[in-house]
Design a protein around this ligand. Structure first.
Ligand SMILES: *Cc1c(COP(=O)(O)O)cnc(C)c1O
Length: 356
């Protein structure tokens, strides 16, 4: 069929999300969701009176939720921007700070950065990670371009320290540095405190991983008020009511339930340590993750084969075909029970590989 799409976008390579099978029968360890339900306080919202209010538009400024987030992070409302998932925050940032101009990010990182860079016509450069898969901080000092880094990085799971992030922010005073902290709550150092010291830093976080709310679609940015204003101009040019009423309330209840957050994130960290040890015992090379996933390579079974064999046995993990990482699989940390299923199926596959 003839394509009617404008030339500018006709060859765009869109982001490919991880598989989301409709039947929930899989042990689903492929898209870094939480295995735990959201805070019961967030779930209560759904049975409350807010459903009736859906006839009314939500607060376009999301004031109550921004206040709750500001309180949690010891910043002000004017330092907080809400997004329909942190993907939307990233979109705002790419439009505001990269469109038609220079930006840099690691060659192995969240696949969406390249998609956004293409979408906004950025002049982008992918900076190779070291052979140990680490980000080399010096590569980003005085970058002369907007810098976008996931910290911890995905899919490697490796983290920079706050001091290392500060070196990057400090040496790029004329450019925005976006630090995507989707996984920071599982053990890395956050750069949020640095936003008080540096006007050029944007820290992005999400409710999707550590707050068990991937389905609610909620993310936020913390930055100096001028930078938030600039991203707001993009938001109000695209989708002023970007967060629905229920999600505004759920987000507030969730961020105020610190005890539940600490309980669930610490369980994930505990199980990550267990998963890492067990995979290493089975001969896997596993990077030192500070996230809710591990990035692991089997000496015996190639990444794609491991992914397919696990899927056949009802366990979904993620495989990336990019050359440098095609031997690996990325495994979300679920419950201990889910990990034990993963390990049992892995044992079957390793046994077959050894016999074949
Ligand atoms: C999951 C993820 C996101 C997107 O999160 P949403 O809030 O669900 O849109 C952003 N960045 C990284 C690095 C992620 O892994």
């Amino acid at each position: 069929m003839k394509s009617y799409m404008v030339k500018r976008y006709s060859s765009i390579e869109a982001y490919v999300p991880g598989e989301q099978p409709r039947d929930l029968d899989y042990v689903k360890l492929n898209t870094n969701e939480s295995p735990f339900p959201p805070s019961p306080k967030a779930a209560e919202i759904l049975g409350g009176g807010e459903a009736e209010n859906l006839k009314l538009y939500p607060d376009p400024e999301g004031k109550d939720l921004r206040d709750a987030i500001a309180k949690r992070f010891d910043v002000k409302r004017e330092n907080v921007l809400l997004g329909n998932g942190s993907d939307e925050i990233l979109a705002f940032a790419f439009f505001a700070f990269c469109a038609g101009e220079k930006c840099v990010f690691p060659d192995i990182s969240y696949g969406f950065y390249k998609v956004f860079a293409e979408l906004v016509g950025a002049e982008y450069k992918e900076i190779p990670l070291g052979s140990d898969f680490k980000i080399n901080v010096a590569d980003y000092e005085n970058a002369g371009a907007t810098v976008v880094i996931a910290n911890p990085n995905a899919p490697t799971g490796l983290a920079l320290t706050a001091d290392e992030v500060e070196r990057i922010v400090k040496t790029n005073p004329d450019n925005i540095v976006v630090i995507d902290e989707a996984y920071v709550d599982f053990g890395a150092e956050s750069a949020v405190p640095l936003t008080k010291k540096y006007d050029n830093l944007v820290v992005v976080q999400t409710y999707s991983k550590s707050r068990s709310l991937a389905g609610a679609r909620l993310g936020f940015a913390i930055a100096s008020s001028g930078v938030i204003d600039d991203m707001n101009k993009i938001k109000y040019s695209l989708n002023p009511y970007n967060i629905n009423r229920l999600t505004l309330k759920i987000g507030k209840a969730s961020i105020e339930d610190e005890a539940y957050f600490l309980m669930t994130t610490s369980k994930i960290v505990e199980n990550r340590i267990y998963t890492t040890e067990e995979l290493r015992r089975r001969g896997f090379y596993v990077l030192d993750s500070k996230t809710n996933f591990v990035f692991a390579r089997s000496a015996a079974v190639p990444g794609e084969k491991l992914y397919l064999e696990l899927k056949r046995r009802g366990v979904l993990v993620r495989h990336f075909s990019a050359d440098r990482i095609k031997d690996f699989v990325r495994i979300t940390i679920g419950t201990r029970e889910q990990t034990d299923v993963l390990l049992a199926k892995t044992d079957e596959i390793l046994k077959e590989a050894n016999n074949g």
